[in-house]
Design a protein around this ligand. Structure first.
Ligand code: PGA
Length: 261
């Protein structure tokens, strides 16, 4: 079962996860992080940046792989995930740019880009800790409902609901690309530790389906139930539809401090 942690704020969520990432890097200088974009992981990046500011750590060896990228945005487009990762992760954390990878969404070289990405992850020894958000559709990365649990990095079509959700980042909804290249659920499941975060009432049903629903490709988030080490960090609103909430609170409250997440 995934470990469910309910926190009182996004800030607490960020601090909890950042502490775990920091411990990982302290133990393994070339830690491989799985990076997510979107609003959800921002408190983690903010807390990590703050931690490195207060107590500097050599992060020059850290490697990273983003979950996904839009297809066909011009190189350097402000909303391409390459740029987002650079702005929100690489720069504030002081990571080494050429050690941080984002799937290549250039239309001309799309064929083979998925397999190339898989090879790079494998060559790095796999992802140690994968940060994840979840979409209202239940997607992980851009694996929309119906995605195979065995899928690897490949080109996919964004669900209309996901395009609509991401329209807030673009000048007009029409500009949101229709296609993306995303790590598959099979890729994500190979990471050694999954850390799924969700905030707000609009994520509550996707979280309930992921954590407690049947394991089904119709709910991509439910792929976490097939993984041996998953931490789900939620605020009260995102946790609101979980049936076993009392037990999750009890387990967390009684967890030995040394265990970490
Ligand atoms: P969000 O997106 O973090 O911006 O809510 C999550 C997702 O779509 O996976």
């Amino acid at each position: 079962m995934a470990e469910i942690v309910i926190v009182d704020s996004k800030r607490s969520a960020g601090e909890l996860v950042a502490a775990s990432v920091r411990r990982l890097i302290e133990a393994k200088a070339d830690t491989v992080l799985g990076l997510a974009t979107g609003s959800t992981p921002l408190p983690v990046y903010a807390a990590l940046a703050e931690s490195f500011r207060r107590n500097p750590l050599d992060v020059s060896g850290v490697r990273g792989f983003a979950l996904d990228e839009y297809v066909g945005l011009a190189r350097g487009h402000f909303e391409s995930y390459r740029e987002v990762i650079s702005r929100e992760v690489i720069q504030p954390l002081g990571l080494t740019p050429n050690r941080i990878h984002v799937p290549n969404g250039a239309a001309e070289t799309l064929q083979g880009a998925g397999a190339d990405y898989e090879r790079s992850i494998e060559a790095a020894g796999g992802v140690d800790l994968q940060l994840l958000g979840i979409g209202r559709t239940g997607h992980l990365g851009f694996n929309e409902p119906g995605s195979s649990f065995a899928s690897l990095t490949r080109v996919k079509t964004l669900a209309p609901a996901s395009r609509a959700d991401n329209a807030r980042f673009f000048a007009t909804p029409e500009e949101v690309p229709r296609h993306c290249i995303t790590q598959g659920l099979g890729t994500i499941r190979r990471a050694r530790h999954l850390v799924l975060l969700a905030f707000g009432a609009e994520k509550a049903s996707a979280i309930a389906a992921a954590v407690e629903g049947p394991v089904t490709a119709s709910q991509p988030g439910s792929a976490i139930q097939l993984h041996e080490h998953v931490t789900v960090v939620l605020d009260e609103e995102a946790a609101a539809e979980l049936a076993n909430l009392d037990f999750y609170r009890y387990s967390w409250a009684n967890k030995p401090a040394w265990q970490g997440i």
